[in-house]
Design a binder for this molecule. Structure first.
Ligand code: 13P
Length: 248
């Protein structure tokens, strides 16, 4: 029996407004306490207000991306040091939408994870295969390659990260990986981590991709699934709370 707490992270993606954020966070806060760790990863402009709203706990917050660079002439980028100043605990790194629309390579993702850790942020490193890759039988090789770049870059610090398995074909599609499909990949990732760090068993591996209140419990009940990375359902307080409750 593992004693680690599960982790449920809401990824708001490019959604929100002052009014909507306040309502959503009040809805989630009014449901506390939670039996798992809960965090929200919000658009950069809202970090300041979220930090104020969540200052008393118990929710943590974070961003959805971070620069691989420390500082300098990188227009539009946000550094890990800046995120740390806003009290971020987590930052998503290598989300499939960033890999697909912003050209993020495995190496860039690894560099971003390293930059985050250097400033005390926990990178939530996202990996996952496309539908074409799954159908070609490449799921294992794709996720292993994606994680391997990060393992290589972080070496002995790899135990500090959170990994999120998000099959691209399950994101925003309503088509969730079955618990067996998700567990199979999580077990692979855990084994890969175990070869790199003695902390692998304590690391949190999240599943993401159309997690909803009605499928969360069975997914989170799998031996190597330690919580979820939630997109659409994180925008509705009642759904997000129900998913957090399913985690513990
Ligand atoms: P959905 O929960 O909307 O499928 O999004 C998953 C995701 O991409 C979280 O990062």
């Amino acid at each position: 029996m593992s004693v680690k707490r599960k982790l449920v992270v809401g990824n708001w993606k490019m959604h929100g407004s002052h009014a909507a954020n306040a309502e959503l966070l009040q809805g989630v806060l009014s449901a506390q306490p939670f039996g798992c760790d809960v965090a929200v990863c919000v658009p950069f402009p809202y970090l300041s207000e979220v930090a104020v709203t969540l200052a008393k706990g118990p929710l943590a917050w974070g961003a959805q991306d971070v620069s691989a660079h420390e500082q300098g002439a990188y227009t539009g980028e946000v550094s890990a040091a800046m995120l740390a100043e806003f009290g971020c605990r987590y930052v998503l790194v290598g989300h499939s939408e960033r890999r697909a629309y912003h050209g993020e390579t495995d190496q860039i993702v690894a560099d971003k994870a390293k930059a985050a850790l250097a400033r005390g942020l926990t990178p939530v490193v996202c990996v996952g295969e496309t539908l074409a890759q799954r159908e070609a039988g490449e799921t294992a090789s794709v996720v292993k390659r994606q994680l391997s770049a990060v393992v290589h870059a972080l070496t002995h610090c790899i135990g500090e990260i959170v990994v999120a398995y998000e099959p691209v074909w399950a994101i925003g599609t309503g088509r969730t990986a079955s618990p067996e499909q998700a567990q199979e990949v999580h077990a692979l990732l855990r084994a890969q981590l175990a070869a790199a760090t003695p902390q692998a068993a304590q690391m949190r591996l999240l599943y993401g991709g159309s997690v909803k209140p009605d499928n969360a419990a069975i997914l989170f009940g799998q031996p190597d699934i330690d919580g979820g990375l939630i997109g659409g359902a994180a925008l509705k307080a009642a759904d997000f709370v129900a998913i957090a409750r399913a985690a513990g």
